[in-house]
Write a protein that binds this ligand. Structure first.
Ligand code: FMN
Length: 199
């Protein structure tokens, strides 16, 4: 699978971290776009001093001792609205924005395309490809709710960062894996990150 993964500046660095951990182990190609705000939040939440997307990836690889990396990760610069993936002629299968801030949801909804995450999301929708947006905020105001409804109407899938507890998670990583697993499900990949509910 050829995937565009945008990491925007909402709380919940554990979600892209656990998603990337699994993704690295799977065959495929990923274009990774990381917003400056998300790097700041990653630093806070993992109490580390990463400063670049490459350092975030290295942190994940070291933290979970990932040995066999099968996914090709291509870094693309947040501000580079002229990157190869900024055009619909570059064919990827799907895009995930994980997590997605209310600011980026508002921008995608308004069609602003001021950075590469927003531009790729816009392209994904116009090319009728799968766009999965994982919002994180609480509580929601009516602007947030309207923007999410409008994005759903435009064809995006809103997958809130609200893990289930019926699988009896033991660790924070289990909670991260629940959301990562639901995203993989929607991408048609059985990542086996949590046991299926069997009644
Ligand atoms: C520590 C921290 C946590 C934040 N958490 C959230 C959040 O959960 N949801 C949200 O919508 N914005 C959150 N923000 C605000 C966004 O980072 C801010 O709106 C930023 O402009 C988003 O830009 P981006 O979407 O381009 O990354 C947070 C900011 C900081 C510094």
């Amino acid at each position: 699978m050829k995937l565009v993964l945008g990491i925007a500046g909402a709380s919940g660095s554990i979600y892209p971290a656990r998603f990337l951990k699994k993704l690295l182990e799977l065959e495929g190609e990923t274009y990774l776009i990381v917003s400056p705000a998300s790097i700041r939040i990653f630093r806070e939440e993992y109490e580390t001093n990463v400063n670049t997307p490459q350092e975030i990836l290295d942190f994940i690889i070291n933290k979970w001792q990932i040995e066999s990396i099968r996914n090709q990760i291509h870094f693309r610069t947040f501000a580079d609205i002229g990157a190869d993936i900024a055009s619909g002629s570059n064919k990827w299968d799907a895009m995930v924005v994980l997590p997605c801030s209310m600011k980026t949801i508002a921008s995608i909804n308004a069609g602003l395309t001021e950075n590469l995450i927003e531009r790729c999301a816009d392209v994904t929708l116009k090319e009728r490809r799968r766009l999965i947006v994982v919002p994180r905020e609480t509580p929601y105001n009516r602007i947030h709710l309207r923007n999410m409804l409008s994005l759903d109407e435009a064809g995006a899938i809103i997958l809130p960062a609200s893990p289930g507890f019926y699988q009896v998670p033991r660790t924070l990583d289990d909670l991260g894996d629940f959301i990562a697993g639901r995203i993989f499900n929607l991408l048609g990949v059985d990542a086996e990150l949590f046991p299926k509910w069997d009644g």
